[in-house]
Design a binder for this molecule. Structure first.
Ligand SMILES: NC(=O)C1=CN([C@@H]2O[C@H](COP(=O)(O)OP(=O)(O)OC[C@H]3O[C@@H](n4cnc5c(N)ncnc54)[C@H](O)[C@@H]3O)[C@@H](O)[C@H]2O)C=CC1
Ligand SMILES: O=C([O-])CC(=O)C(=O)O
Length: 340
């Protein structure tokens, strides 16, 4: 309960006025999975959510029945794995979270998931574009650097693309950064805020330690910290030893991002989260999508902030990032062109 209060404290205190003012339907696609279940649990505890719609190719009605006994006001419903079930789940949603897709096993890169997850995300995006074209779409399924462009291409092909409403969820990189830096400095991670830019895999993850409270971290310690943030996902994949990747920390990160969007949609100003969006920042270098700090608003991505002042070390990281990112993005775009 402490955790929930810490996460949703302010929102809980204002629960009545929030729900009276705004009714937010949130859909989770892949709701029965390792991420989907704890993510749905956290959303059930969020008083800003009035309807929770769960879809999966298996078990969504069961997960919904279980969550529906929790004594918070929102209504939970699980949908059958049929086209009409999916359509009903999506219709009227303000936020659609997509953790559907296979996770990594040891030795795999996120890009190795492309062959399986690209078509899963493409098909779910098609359904979302038809049933809820104005919803905010939060892509969790990997490889995020490619699955977000896949969604964009699908929406473009249907003439309903709104770049302000499509987000790759990179919050876990931010969450990890604040935790890992707090472990080095012996501080409370709640006081640590590290901006992470770029994308969501390996060297495309660029933490800007020079902009944190600890620009003094340098040398081998900086190398180790940056490496741990870039390859934090691998740490979990290895520890789970074939049984998947980060699920619980990802659920927390996804719930945090959804909460930020809901806050912004419900009128709160100054809500900023790093996230992977259709971005003007490096388009001149052929990089169409990029994660940076984004101010959220009722219209989705309200303001995309530039990377800001970085040092030589970070310029090197950024250069490596942009090269990889461009290829990952193009792969997603090409996939939809070849497999519409
Ligand atoms: N963005 C990020 O920071 C992170 C992303 N991920 C990614 O999230 C994805 C999900 O990971 P887990 O939950 O651990 O996997 P999981 O295998 O436990 O769960 C995936 C769920 O998706 C469902 N599913 C598969 N195809 C579907 C379809 N067509 N429609 C609806 N549901 C479908 C499965 O039935 C399953 O319940 C993976 O691709 C993983 O790499 C994982 C951690 C962090
Ligand atoms: O590492 C993975 O495959 C899952 C993931 O994206 C993460 O934990 O950051």
């Amino acid at each position: 309960m402490f955790f929930v209060r810490q996460m949703f404290g302010q929102a809980q205190r204002r629960a009545f006025s929030v729900s009276a003012r705004q009714s937010s339907k949130v859909a989770v696609l892949g709701a029965a999975g390792g991420i989907g279940q704890p993510l749905s649990l956290l959303l059930k505890l969020n008083p800003r959510v009035s309807q929770l719609a769960l879809y999966d190719i298996r078990l969504a009605p069961g997960v919904a029945a279980d969550l529906s006994h929790i004594n918070t006001k929102s209504v939970v419903k699980g949908y059958d794995p049929t086209p009409s079930g999916l359509r009903e789940c999506l219709t009227g949603s303000e936020i659609i979270l997509i953790p559907a897709g296979v996770p990594r096993k040891p030795g795999m890169t996120r890009d190795d998931l492309f062959n399986t997850n690209a078509s899963i995300v493409r098909d779910l995006a098609k359904a979302a574009a038809d049933a809820a074209p104005d919803a905010n779409v939060l892509v969790i399924a990997n490889p995020v650097n490619s699955t977000v462009p896949i969604c964009a291409e699908v929406y473009k092909s249907k003439g309903v693309y709104n770049p302000k409403r499509l987000f790759g969820v990179t919050t876990l990189d931010v969450v990890r950064s604040s935790r890992f830096i707090s472990e080095i400095k012996g501080t409370d991670p709640a006081d640590e805020n590290v901006t992470v830019v770029g994308g969501h895999s390996g060297v495309t993850i660029v933490p800007l330690i020079s902009q944190s409270r600890h620009p003094d971290i340098s040398g081998a310690q900086l190398d180790a910290l940056v490496n741990r943030i870039q390859f934090g996902g691998d740490e979990v994949v290895k520890a789970k030893d074939g049984a998947g990747s980060a699920t619980l920390s990802m659920a927390m990160a996804g719930a945090r991002f959804a909460e930020s969007l809901l806050k912004a949609a419900q009128g709160e100003k100054g809500v900023i989260e790093p996230t992977f969006v259709d971005s003007p920042l490096y388009k001149d270098q052929g990089v169409e999508f990029f994660a940076s700090r984004v101010e959220l608003g009722p219209e989705g991505a309200h303001n995309i902030y530039p990377v800001g002042k970085i040092n030589k070390y970070e310029e090197g990281l950024l250069e490596a990032c942009l090269g990889d990112l461009k290829k990952n993005i193009q792969k997603g775009i090409d996939f939809v062109k070849a497999n519409p």
